[in-house]
Design a protein around this ligand. Structure first.
Ligand code: URA
Length: 238
């Protein structure tokens, strides 16, 4: 929630004093009803605010991608560790991480200020594929791949959705999962006797790290956001 006059100024309607006059003249409506109090609290994401009948844009939806380095926790604040928020430019102040990567995991981490999109991206119902590259002890066998395909049961009894294990050679694998349980890939691999020593998320849904350098951030294009929205809206369980 924010003050109506601040929202109107931020939307480019005018200065504080101009906005006051515009409000006094009854030119602004909130969900169709005229409003005149500059200090009124409004939520531009859920309420329709219009000037002379024309809707004002409100806050812009932002989705950014970070190539997370090891050593940062995925949290908005932490008493002991550095957080991923420290890697984002200040202008992205109100975004939140989409799911989590462990402190030592590297790779693709999304952030958004769109709570609805965030929840859809992390919902196991949406089956958004996340692809990881892992280095680990041992070597994946066809039996391991089959066990992943059937859906693993972890050592504590947790049941996982079917996943894909592609052994790439001794001590290296690509793993695709469709949910985001705590330490999921590390625990899945451990349940098959393969302790993970390095983990990097390469892609999430249609998005890949590409050549984004480690520690760097980029905004998604409107087209990429559109694809993500479509992908997460198009599956069952919306
Ligand atoms: N699985 C893990 O074990 N760790 C991560 O950071 C992400 C997926």
């Amino acid at each position: 929630m924010e003050r109506l006059d601040k929202f109107l100024c931020d939307s480019g309607v005018g200065t504080r004093s101009q906005v006051k006059l515009i409000l006094k003249a009854g030119r602004v409506t909130l969900n169709g009803a005229s409003v005149k109090d500059p200090s009124m609290k409004v939520d531009p994401d859920t309420q329709e605010i219009a000037l002379d009948g024309e809707r004002l844009g409100g806050r812009q939806r932002i989705v950014v991608m970070l190539h997370k380095p090891a050593g940062y926790v995925t949290a908005t604040e932490d008493a002991r560790d550095k957080t991923v928020m420290e890697l984002l430019p200040k202008k992205y102040g109100d975004v939140k991480p989409v799911g989590r990567l462990d402190k030592e995991t590297e790779g693709l981490l999304l952030f958004t200020n769109d709570g609805d999109l965030l929840h859809r991206l992390i919902s196991p119902k949406k089956r958004v594929p996340k692809v990881y590259y892992a280095r680990h002890e041992g070597e994946g066998t066809p039996e391991d791949t089959e066990a992943f395909e059937k859906g693993l049961t972890l050592r504590d009894g947790t049941q996982c959705l079917p996943a894909i294990l592609e052994p790439l050679g001794p001590g290296e694998s690509r793993i695709t999962v469709y949910e985001g349980k705590y330490h999921q890939v590390r625990r899945m691999m451990a349940s098959r006797g393969m302790t993970v020593t390095y983990l990097r998320r390469e892609s999430e849904g249609p998005l890949s790290l590409g050549n984004l350098p480690k520690g760097a951030v980029r905004e998604l294009t409107d087209q990429e956001i559109g694809i993500l929205t479509e992908l997460t809206g198009a599956f069952a369980g919306k």
